[in-house]
Design a protein around this ligand. Structure first.
Ligand SMILES: Cc1cc2nc3c(=O)[nH]c(=O)nc-3n(C[C@H](O)[C@H](O)[C@H](O)COP(=O)(O)OP(=O)(O)OC[C@H]3O[C@@H](n4cnc5c(N)ncnc54)[C@H](O)[C@@H]3O)c2cc1C
Length: 246
């Protein structure tokens, strides 16, 4: 468990930002990762639960999800696309889903997160508050630049809600976190495809050539070559399944 040397619960975004700009001050959301961490480096926790970051609302034809919305709340919200609700359910066991937040999921950037893959294909954009004010960036850019969270706060994640999604995954059992998974969405603009387990974070790929430029890491669950093979097979299955439905 992390060594916590202070706990603060700011009630304004300004106070929260001032706190996390100080050395070793870190945002606390659901705490499922922070409290489970084995890092003994002393930390000052800045709890985000006093901030107004728990809304799910429609804005400009997209759905905006506050960063402190828990995975359980995502699952229960019928305005969220079914694909997002299903992938939120697959992320963690129910006890942790009641705590873990969508903002924490983005900041943790787990390579195996099917929810992140699903957010990527739903054209997710992340609104972040930093010392220079608010900015909004595509989730794919944010996942490639994670050090920004050292002194910035995720406020919300917005997604496109149209289209249809198909998942394919291979894991030790159907309930295990997949070794590799592919999520493909088809909408008016065409296909968007994202893969987990083949890079440091889930990645968007070109559906016409999904494995181009992938260099999957090897570990005890699968070699690089095996993961590459899975990415090829699973991606073509999602496309076949999508086209078979038409
Ligand atoms: C047993 C177990 C299994 C897990 N399995 C998975 C899994 O399969 N897939 C997966 O993706 N994760 C997994 N995790 C990790 C974790 O549960 C998730 O990533 C979770 O969604 C983190 O959300 P949280 O709200 O609990 O974040 P916290 O633990 O509160 O924070 C995690 C990190 O995100 C930062 N952060 C949180 N919110 C914000 C914000 N709004 N702005 C800026 N930074 C922020 C924190 O500072 C911290 O660095 C697992 C954890 C445990 C304990």
């Amino acid at each position: 468990m992390a060594k916590i040397i202070s706990y603060q619960r700011p009630e304004s975004l300004e106070d929260a930002l001032n706190l996390i700009s100080q050395e070793k001050h870190i945002p606390l959301a659901g705490g499922t990762l922070l409290n489970a961490g084995e890092d003994v480096e002393p930390l000052h926790l800045v709890d985000l639960q006093g901030l107004d970051l728990k809304r799910i609302e429609e804005a400009k034809g997209r759905l905006q999800i506050g960063s402190m919305v828990t995975l359980d709340e995502v699952i229960k919200n019928t305005n969220c696309p079914e694909s997002i609700r299903i992938s939120a359910r697959s992320e963690l066991p129910s006890t942790l889903r009641a705590l873990a937040t969508i903002g924490g999921t983005v900041a943790s950037a787990d390579s195996h997160s099917q929810l992140l893959a699903c957010l990527l294909v739903h054209e997710a954009e992340v609104t972040i508050l930093g010392p220079n004010g608010e900015s909004t960036s595509p989730l794919s850019d944010v996942l490639g630049n994670l050090e920004i969270f050292n002194s910035q706060l995720i406020l919300s994640i917005s997604i496109a809600t149209d289209g249809k999604c198909v998942f394919e995954a291979t894991g030790r059992t159907p309930a295990d976190t997949p070794i590799v998974s592919v999520t493909t969405r088809k909408c008016d603009a065409g296909y968007r495809m994202a893969i987990t387990g083949v890079a440091a974070t889930p990645v968007l790929v070109d559906h016409e050539n999904p494995t181009l430029s992938l260099e999957p890491p090897s570990d005890f669950r699968g070699s690089s070559k095996y993961r590459m093979q899975l990415a090829e097979v699973l991606s073509s299955r999602t496309l076949n399944s999508m086209d078979g439905d038409n």
